[in-house]
Ligand binder design. Structure first.
Ligand SMILES: Nc1ncnc2c1ncn2[C@@H]1O[C@H](COP(=O)(O)OP(=O)(O)OP(=O)(O)O)[C@@H](O)[C@H]1O
Ligand SMILES: [Mg+2]
Length: 260
């Protein structure tokens, strides 16, 4: 199974939007996909199902030994897309027990024969996010195409270097430029700066434009592709999905768990 952890040092850069729409793109392409909300704010769940706050989810699993991954996966309108909400009980405290529990969750999901797992995270690389990164195969970093957005980049790269010490297999297919406004020189310049600062293999070619359709989609609790006027945005996420597929680490054969 390939895991994509969506993370950033800065808030409001489009992590959740990227996670939802990328998961939707993989699922529409026929891949068995699981979208996990590991952000205690619970934005993914709230966006896709209004009952999210009442559902048992990821942080509950981290705290309660007797929960199973299959018991907390919620079906969605797409047969190939499953959802795990953040849960009812808020943030699981970081500690010695957390890492094996996160590992257990992902091996249960692998045994359920999911091919792709997209994990939305809270801002910053500490706590539960650090544990997720320690066993992820890929990390994707939304980078807002604005001058302020670029300031967090050096800190993020430094943190990723330290994560790689414990997880040398963590692959960074690249930063994804989000909220790009081609009509605004400051936004265009920021995008150009990022491409100048990082080698081409570290910045995805696909760019996500600033478009009100993303705000409309999250207000209605849908991925953009589900809106009638969402065709263009859908094509962008399909392109991003195809680009990531080319760049991602080859998935290891899934190992079936015989005992839980
Ligand atoms: N490409 C875009 N164009 C316009 N608005 C966008 C775009 N992407 C996201 N937004 C909007 O920007 C806001 C922040 O996006 P989002 O919630 O995805 O960011 P985030 O990084 O997950 O935030 P947080 O740090 O709070 O978790 C939301 O209102 C969302 O609808
Ligand atoms: Mg978010």
């Amino acid at each position: 199974m390939n895991t994509f952890t969506i993370t950033s040092q800065k808030g409001g850069v489009g992590k959740t939007t990227l996670a939802i729409n990328l998961a939707h793109a993989f699922a529409r392409d026929g891949k068995r996909t699981l979208l996990i909300d590991s952000d205690p704010q619970g934005s993914v769940g709230l966006s896709l199902t209004r009952q999210a706050r009442h559902l048992t989810g990821f942080h509950d699993y981290l705290k309660e030994e007797d929960l199973t991954a299959s018991g907390i996966i919620v079906p969605t309108r797409l047969e190939t897309l499953g959802l795990v909400t953040c849960g009812r009980r808020g943030d699981a405290a970081p500690g010695g027990e957390l890492r094996p529990r996160v590992g257990r969750f992902l091996s249960e999901v692998t045994a359920l024969e999911y091919e792709i797992c997209i994990i939305d995270t809270a801002t910053g690389l500490s706590g539960v996010t650090a544990e997720i990164l320690n066993i992820s195969t890929n990390v994707v970093i939304p980078q807002q195409a604005e001058p302020l957005g670029m300031r967090s980049l050096p800190k993020l790269l430094k943190s990723l270097t330290s994560v790689r010490r414990t997880n040398p297999g963590l692959h960074a297919p690249g930063a994804v430029l989000t909220m790009l406004n081609r009509d605004l020189p400051e936004s265009r310049d920021s995008a150009a700066d990022l491409r100048r600062l990082l080698p081409p293999e570290m910045v995805m070619r696909t760019e996500i434009p600033r478009d009100d359709i993303f705000v409309k989609a999250s207000a209605r609790g849908l991925p953009v592709g589900e809106l009638q006027e969402g065709g263009e945005a859908l094509a962008i996420f399909d392109q991003l999905r195809a680009e990531l597929e080319k760049r991602m680490t080859p998935a290891k054969p899934s190992v079936k768990q015989t005992s839980v």
